[in-house]
Design a protein around this ligand. Structure first.
Ligand code: ATP
Length: 239
């Protein structure tokens, strides 16, 4: 087993009197994928938001490559190599596709590096190439999902956290998105933490899986070793 890139240790997050995460621990190994699943309100998005500094944990630790992320701003966390794609595919609809990608590099000064990254990303996302001058809002749902992934990669993250990449996409388009993520991982050694509300879709990735319910990990393991019945019972809480 390779070293953990990300280590979440005994994390508790509260919103007022609501406890969204209760002592959650999990690891994402370097260059690997962790699928996080669970029903509505389980705390999945809260974990994503904690990782990038949008919400402050009440207790516990978040370690990235052995160093604590406590107290860091979202900008500092991004600079350390963690990017998050929130639920809902937020493209800048009236900007062109190419400008959506360039916006993500506004803080970078290495023009040659930016151009090289754009070329590299267009090789991974060839469907964007003929649409570079189109308004991003005119793209299909699947194309927008590819665009937000490509945009996040312009910051050269080491860990990409994606909240519900398949939301509202046809199964075939979802398969394409996942195939692209696998390709990126194989080529770039990217670590991935992917939230999927559908436990079946999460298990289909045949990666390590953590099932959250009411803020706690109630099932975990390699997806290949969890049978469909066990998964369903853990998800609906009749275990
Ligand atoms: P979903 O798939 O519905 O987004 P989730 O698993 O991502 O669910 P969270 O959004 O993390 O779950 O929510 C976990 C709990 O925290 C829920 O009880 C939710 O109502 C509550 N919650 C989330 N955000 C807030 C907030 N800003 N203020 C108060 N309570 C919140």
């Amino acid at each position: 087993m390779s070293a953990a890139d990300l280590s979440v240790q005994d994390l508790t997050v509260r919103y007022g009197s609501t406890v969204a995460l209760r002592g959650l621990s999990l690891d994402v190994a370097q260059g690997s994928t962790l699928m996080l699943t669970g029903p509505n309100g389980a705390g999945k998005s809260t974990l994503c938001k904690s990782l990038i500094g949008w919400v402050r944990p009440a207790s516990g630790a978040l370690l990235w490559q052995g160093q604590s992320l406590a107290g860091l701003s979202p900008e500092d966390i991004a600079a350390r190599g963690i990017a998050m794609i929130p639920e809902g595919r937020h493209v800048f609809g009236s900007l062109s596709v190419i400008d959506n990608l360039r916006v993500a590099a506004t803080r970078r000064r290495d023009r040659a590096g930016i151009a090289a990254d754009l070329d590299r990303l267009l090789a991974v996302f060839p469907m964007l190439q003929p649409r570079l001058q189109q308004a991003a809002g005119m793209l299909s749902g699947g194309q927008q999902q590819m665009l937000v992934i490509a945009r996040a990669l312009m910051g050269r993250p080491r860990l990409l956290v994606i909240d519900e990449p398949s939301l509202g996409l046809a199964p075939q388009v979802t398969d394409q998105v996942y195939a692209t993520l696998r390709q990126l991982q194989a080529e770039q050694g990217l670590s991935l933490l992917i939230v999927e509300q559908s436990s079946r879709r999460a298990a289909a990735m045949s990666s390590p899986l953590v099932l959250l319910r009411e803020g706690q990990a109630v099932l975990r393991g390699p997806a290949s070793q969890i049978d469909a019945d066990t998964l369903e019972r853990a998800y609906f809480g009749d275990d």
